[in-house]
Ligand binder design. Structure first.
Ligand SMILES: Cc1ncc(C[n+]2csc(CCOP(=O)(O)OP(=O)(O)O)c2C)c(N)n1
Ligand code: SF4
Length: 344
């Protein structure tokens, strides 16, 4: 073994400290919830020892979508609303990579809503952090689909007229849903446990994070911050558990089995309480990449034969004395032109 190879081997077996994952200095406002989400993510990368060269953060456009810049892994700061199809593209070609998505409530639930619904249905192995600050932050305060009714903003100066969309109820209603959770950015241990559970889930994990935007909506979460009783912590051996100090603060707890989708929907639509924890989890839902793999197990020979069977339906049979055959539109074809040609 030469010296360089030895050095490389030694380096590749070293533990990655937190700094190995830290990218540029974040430019979010002071007190923005995105900082705590980033810290939880850095901690997860370090604790799981994710190889930086095998980890990808994908985002759309928004304050929250600046996330990939702040991690020293691969990243794709893409287009508004398009984080999910890009992440799916990466995952289908490179299932060996750990793919995370950061998306805002505008990015995911407004312009990207179609992609969001179908991404849940495709159930690919992605961990999605939906930073929900209930407003468009980057473009300086327009109402988003999750803005509370009555919110005065640049697009609703007299107050948002519509009731907000509930991202938890919406996700829980999509066929093939496999993991839905909610976490507040201001309880770092709960946030971390939920992101970690989402990472370990074998499928599409949708995590709605209640994210503070002190710049535009400084009082939005005051009711929750001032009265811990308004937060209902969902605990379960298959979900999250609270340590004794958090248990003393968040007394309003309920044991919720994440396998129970009907109860999950009830909890998600409760108008008076904010559930925090894992609402739903089902590891048995098939993942699109596995279904595709089965399709891809056809050999080139099998594909050639299948294509030829299809082409033969259109071929005009040659009569004994004919020298050419005809394609479906009457063009003359050399006898063997309507055959599939596959390359090894
Ligand atoms: C196609 C397109 N439409 C609109 C915009 C302008 N735009 C950029 S970010 C954004 C909203 C961001 O809000 P959100 O996704 O909630 O993220 P936040 O900034 O609050 O984190 C909008 C409307 C754009 N960049 N591209
Ligand atoms: S505007 Fe709001 S969401 Fe954007 S960085 Fe500032 S606090 Fe965060």
């Amino acid at each position: 073994m030469d010296f360089m190879h030895e050095r490389w081997l030694a380096h590749s077996t070293e533990e990655h400290p937190l700094e190995d994952y830290q990218g540029r200095t974040p430019r979010w406002c002071v007190g923005c919830g995105d900082h705590t989400i980033l810290n939880a993510m850095l901690r997860l990368c370090r604790d799981e020892q994710l190889p930086p060269e095998k980890t990808v953060f994908v985002s759309g456009i928004g304050c929250s979508s600046r996330f990939p810049h702040y991690l020293k892994t691969y990243g794709f700061h893409s287009l508004h609303g398009r984080a999910l199809p890009i992440a799916e593209g990466i995952k289908i070609r490179r299932p060996d990579l750990h793919v995370f998505v950061s998306t805002g409530d505008g990015d995911c639930c407004s312009i990207g809503a179609g992609h969001w619904i179908h991404a849940i249905r495709y159930n690919m192995n992605l961990t999605v952090l939906m930073h929900d600050n209930c407003v468009y932050g980057l473009t300086k305060m327009q109402a988003s689909p999750t803005s509370p009714r009555g919110l005065k903003s640049n697009t609703s100066p007299r107050g948002a007229p519509l009731a907000p969309l509930n991202p938890l109820v919406t996700s829980l209603s999509v066929s093939n849903v496999s993991f839905v959770a909610q976490a507040p950015d201001w309880i770092p241990d709960i946030l971390y446990s939920i992101i970690r559970a989402g990472y370990h889930h074998n499928g599409f994990s949708f995590i709605r994070i209640l994210q503070r935007c002190p710049n535009f909506l400084p009082n939005l979460f005051d009711p929750l911050l001032q009265d811990p009783e308004k937060t209902l912590v969902l605990t379960h051996p298959q979900g999250i558990q609270l340590d004794s100090s958090l248990s003393r603060i968040y007394r309003n707890q309920c044991r919720h089995d994440p396998a129970d989708i009907n109860r999950a929907r009830e909890l998600a639509s409760d108008p008076d309480l904010t559930p925090v924890g894992i609402l739903y989890r089902n590891d048995q839902v098939p993942r699109y990449e596995d279904l595709r793999k089965r399709e891809q197990s056809f050999t080139p020979k099998m594909i050639e034969q299948a294509l030829n069977r299809e082409f033969d339906k259109f071929a005009v049979q040659r009569r004994r004395n004919d020298t050419v055959s005809h394609g479906p539109n009457g063009n003359s074809l050399p006898g063997s032109a309507a055959r599939a040609v596959t390359h090894p």
